[in-house]
Ligand binder design. Structure first.
Ligand code: IK2
Length: 399
């Protein structure tokens, strides 16, 4: 008999599955606003020109194809941490922040989960809602995954009181995952004042503060501004851990470029944590790919290329923000009397429309507009060519 005879077909991943369903649809004006990957004004994938320039430099560099170390490209890690924590970070200068290269954000999240499980953690709290993959990553790491209130669906706003209340009641030693900026899927971020309050609330407690930073530079268009919460927490003395993804801001999705870092009381402590990250990495995938890390290094160590990158990243954020305004205006001119201000109040890749699952399915069936089942619209998929079509479809199912 076949050794595979008892294998069943696994359920489709909701986000990836949407793409497959969309491909099969031959409706002429079908539109997908599903996966969180940037598209340009013509709806095409976008490779940053600064990345193309870095590619050329690498191609001429005659670089070898040897293994990277378990922790990846050291120069990349230094530059990635500087990018997030800031070049004038005292903690960085004191060597209290150390890290490893990760298999993009997902890989960093998983290594963190496995490491924390090995070191006695039992529970990790995610915002409700959070990125669809978070729950499985940490459940498969052996942690119990719970939620803290985050989004007030009735008012399409942040449930800040609920969030603070739930954080205050987390047992000591719990891990609290915070989205550093551009919350996925709601696009609703705490204000700076609210971050300040969260910092003092969390300071009172014995929690492990863990930032997931997947959109730095992509949210406001200013990478330093998008790192404000992280830098505030480090300034306030929190010994955080953080995962960085370079998928969206550098457009390096398929190159799998990320970093996992930790802020220790001193350099020695941070180095101990990194050594434990490496003991998880070695038997998991041994060492990370070099190309994407070399691209980011080439850009971030050249001031001219860094300046070009920042401009290009801002260009992506600006186009998305323009589409937010266009979608809201188009909904209003379509005759919708609902309040759509959350579409322009939200930030980053996604608009959390407020459509129910039934309305999402009706919009897919009737208008062939594909967003994820929770009503999340990837604003990157909205262009001036399709914004009116999308607005009319939303209005039709939402009225
Ligand atoms: C919050 C967050 N963390 C981490 C990640 C991981 O990204 P990566 O593994 O590509 O670095 C992502 C990527 N999201 O994917 C797009 C989508 O939701 O449709 C993310 O949104």
């Amino acid at each position: 008999t076949s050794p595979w005879s008892f294998f069943e077909m696994a359920p489709l991943d909701p986000i990836i599955g949407l793409n497959e369903q969309f491909q099969k649809d031959d409706y002429p004006s079908k539109v997908i606003v599903g996966v969180g990957a940037y598209r340009d004004e013509k709806g095409k994938p976008f490779v940053l020109p600064s990345v193309r320039k870095a590619e050329k430099i690498l191609a001429e560099g005659g670089l070898d194809m040897e293994y990277a170390g378990i922790a990846g490209e050291p120069r990349f890690v230094d530059l990635a941490l500087e990018f997030a924590y800031g070049e004038d970070s005292a903690a960085l200068k004191e060597g209290r922040i150390q890290g490893v290269q990760a298999l993009s954000g997902t890989g960093g999240l998983r290594v963190f989960g496995e490491m924390m499980k090995k070191h006695g953690s039992t529970t990790l709290y995610l915002p409700n809602p959070s990125w669809g993959n978070h729950k499985n990553i940490f459940t498969n790491s052996g942690l119990e995954v719970k939620n803290y209130r985050y989004y007030d669906a009735d008012n399409s706003s942040l449930d800040f009181e609920g969030m603070v209340h739930d954080i205050k009641s987390m047992p000591a030693g719990s891990i609290v995952l915070l989205h550093a900026c551009a919350h996925n899927p709601t696009g609703m971020d705490p204000t700076l004042e609210q971050w300040k309050e969260l910092s003092s609330v969390i300071k009172e407690q014995d929690l492990v503060t863990f930032f997931d930073c997947a959109y730095q530079g992509f949210a406001s268009g200013d990478a330093s501004k998008d790192a404000a919460a992280i830098r505030m927490f480090v300034e306030d003395g929190h010994l955080i851990s953080m995962v960085q993804s370079f998928s969206k801001n550098f457009g390096l999705y398929g190159q799998r470029v990320g970093a996992l870092s930790v802020v220790g009381r001193d350099a020695e402590e941070a180095k101990k944590v990194v050594s434990q990250m490496k003991t998880v990495i070695r038997p998991m995938y041994s060492n990370p790919p070099r190309h994407g890390a070399r691209l980011v290094t080439t850009i971030l160590e050249d001031p001219q290329l860094t300046a070009e990158f920042r401009e290009e990243c801002k260009g992506m954020a600006d186009r998305i923000n323009t589409m937010r305004g266009a979608l809201k205006d188009s909904l209003e001119s379509a005759g919708s009397t609902r309040d759509w201000s959350h579409i322009t109040d939200q930030i980053g890749m996604f608009a959390y429309s407020g459509l129910s699952n039934e309305q999402v399915l009706e919009m897919r069936a009737k208008h062939h507009v594909y967003c994820t089942g929770d009503g999340r619209i990837s604003m990157a998929g909205v262009t001036s060519d399709n914004v009116d079509y999308i607005a009319n479809a939303i209005h039709d199912v939402a009225k």
